[in-house]
Design a protein around this ligand. Structure first.
Ligand SMILES: Nc1ncnc2c1ncn2[C@@H]1O[C@H](COP(=O)(O)OP(=O)(O)OP(=O)(O)O)[C@@H](O)[C@H]1O
Length: 397
C-alpha cells in the first residue's frame, strides 16, 4: 500500500494533482511499412499517457474516483450586472436580457438574504454556505437544516482590477445588502471597489499583494505563480519589489529547486521565466528591483526545457560504481541493454523478478551510465512511489 503523509496544505496540493489532471492515456502511432518515420522523442514523451491495469479496472467497475468532505462550493464573483447568463442559440436577445431569473446570482441572492435576515448579516460571503443552502432552480439561499458545506470564493487576479477588489471587500465586509454597501465607507460612496478597499485599509500596503501570492501558492503551481508575480509587477505597482521577491522566492522556484541543485541556476531560470512574461506585456526585467540575471548561465542549449532539466541531473558516484558489483543476471541484462545503447539500436526490454532481487539496483546502474555519457535517460514508473525509487524518476501519465 502506498501511504502519503501530508504535513502541510502544500503537500495536499500535490496529492490532488492526480485527481484533477485527468485520466491517463497512451498515444500510439502506426507507421507504414518502409516509410522512414519521423520520431520526435520529446514530443512523444510529453504527449504519451498510460492507462494502468488498476486504473482500467477501477473505471470499468465505475468506482468513485474521488470524494470530498465536507463539500466545497465555489461562490460566484462578478461585478454589478456582469453575472453569467445561460441561453440557447434560439433565444431572443430581449428575452435573455429580460429574464428575471437570470438577474439573480449567488452573489445578488446573498445581498437579498442579508436584506431580509438579520442573522445572515453576521457572516462573510464565503461563510454563507455553512449556514445556508443554495437553491439553484429558485436562485435563492435558504437556511441550512442539515449537512456540511464550505464556501470558496473563486479566485481573481489583481490584473482584473475591480473584480479583484470586489473579492477583497467581500472577504472582509459582513452583511452587505447591495453593491453600494461595498462602495460605501464611513458614509462616503466611493466610485470604485479599489477606492473603497483602500479606504477600509485593506490594500494600503504591499501586504495585500503578498497575501495574494501566499494564498495563490496554496493551490497554484510555480509556473502560474511566476505569471501572477509578473502581473503584479506590471499592474499593481508594489512598493518594495525586492521584498516581495524575497518573501515568495521559495514558492516561485519550487519546481526548479526540485530539479536542479545549483542555486544560481534556479534563480536564473525563475528570472528568465518572469522576464519572458514581462516582455510579453511590454516591460523588461531590469525596470524592476530584482536580482541580475547571470548571463554566464546558458539556458538556451536545448529547445525544450525538459532537455535542459535532463542534462542538469547530477549522477551519483555510488550509482556509477554499481555496474561493477552486479550479479550475473543483472550483468547479463546490463550488457545487453548497454550494447543496444552504445550501438544506437532500438530495443524494448522487460526485467522481471521477485521483490528485492535487484531490479531497481540495475536501473540505477543503467541510468547512471547513460547519463554520465551526456545522454538522456528518462526514468518513469506508473506510480509516484515507484518513480521515487529511481534517481530523477517521474510518474508517467
Ligand atoms: N548486485 C548488488 N550488489 C549489492 N546490493 C544489491 C545488488 N542488487 C541489489 N542489491 C540490494 O538489494 C536490495 C534490493 O534491491 P532492489 O531494491 O534493487 O530490488 P527490487 O527488485 O527493485 O525490489 P522491489 O521489486 O521490491 O522494488 C537493495 O538494498 C539493493 O541495494
Amino acid at each position: 500500500m502506498n501511504v502519503e503523509v501530508c504535513s502541510s496544505i502544500k503537500s495536499v496540493k500535490y496529492a490532488f494533482i492526480y485527481v484533477y489532471k485527468g485520466h491517463d492515456k497512451q498515444v500510439v502511432h502506426i507507421d507504414q511499412d518502409g516509410a522512414e518515420p519521423i520520431i520526435n522523442e520529446i514530443k512523444r514523451y510529453q504527449d504519451a499517457r498510460y492507462v494502468s491495469p488498476p486504473e482500467a479496472i477501477w473505471r470499468i467497475f465505475s468506482f468513485a474516483l474521488s470524494q470530498i468532505h465536507p463539500f466545497v462550493m465555489s461562490l460566484h464573483l462578478h461585478l454589478p450586472n456582469q453575472q453569467l447568463v445561460r441561453f440557447s442559440d434560439n433565444d431572443s436577445m430581449i428575452d435573455i436580457v429580460d429574464r428575471e431569473k437570470d438577474k439573480s446570482s449567488m452573489l445578488t441572492a446573498f445581498f437579498d438574504m442579508n436584506k431580509m435576515d438579520e442573522i445572515a448579516r453576521q457572516y462573510l460571503y464565503k461563510e454563507f454556505p455553512r449556514y445556508f443552502t443554495w437553491n439553484a432552480s429558485k436562485r435563492c439561499w435558504k437556511q441550512r437544516k442539515k449537512g456540511e458545506m464550505r464556501g470558496r470564493l473563486v479566485s481573481a487576479n489583481p490584473a482584473e482590477g475591480e473584480r479583484y477588489y470586489l473579492r477583497v471587500l467581500l472577504s472582509h465586509v459582513r452583511g452587505p445588502t447591495c453593491f453600494e454597501d461595498l462602495y460605501m465607507v464611513n458614509n462616503v460612496l466611493h466610485p470604485t471597489f479599489r477606492k473603497a478597499a483602500l479606504e477600509r485599509g485593506l490594500i494600503e500596503t504591499d501586504d495585500n499583494l503578498s497575501q495574494c501570492l501566499t494564498e495563490a501558492s496554496l493551490y497554484q503551481f510555480p509556473g502560474t505563480l511566476r505569471r501572477l508575480f509578473a502581473t503584479i509587477l506590471i499592474y499593481c505597482e508594489p512598493g518594495d519589489v525586492r521584498k516581495l521577491w524575497d518573501d515568495h522566492y521559495n514558492s516561485l522556484s519550487e519546481d526548479y529547486m526540485r530539479q536542479c541543485e545549483s542555486v544560481e541556476r534556479v534563480q536564473t531560470m525563475v528570472l528568465m521565466d518572469i522576464s519572458i512574461i514581462l516582455q510579453s506585456m511590454g516591460q523588461h526585467l531590469n525596470e524592476f528591483d530584482l536580482p541580475m540575471v547571470n548571463t554566464n548561465i546558458n539556458l538556451e542549449s536545448g529547445h525544450y526545457r525538459e532537455v535542459q532539466e535532463e542534462y542538469s541531473i547530477v549522477v551519483d558516484d555510488e550509482h556509477l560504481c554499481a555496474k561493477d558489483s552486479l550479479n550475473t543476471d543483472q550483468k547479463n541484462a546490463y550488457d545487453e541493454i548497454m550494447t543496444h545503447v552504445n550501438q544506437n539500436r532500438p530495443g524494448v526490454f522487460f526485467i522481471d523478478g521477485p521483490g528485492g532481487t535487484g531490479k531497481t539496483y540495475l536501473y540505477k546502474a543503467l541510468l547512471a551510465e547513460v547519463r554520465s555519457h551526456g545522454h538522456i535517460a528518462l526514468a518513469t514508473a506508473s506510480s509516484g512511489a515507484a518513480a521515487n525509487n529511481m534517481p530523477e524518476g517521474r510518474t508517467s501519465h
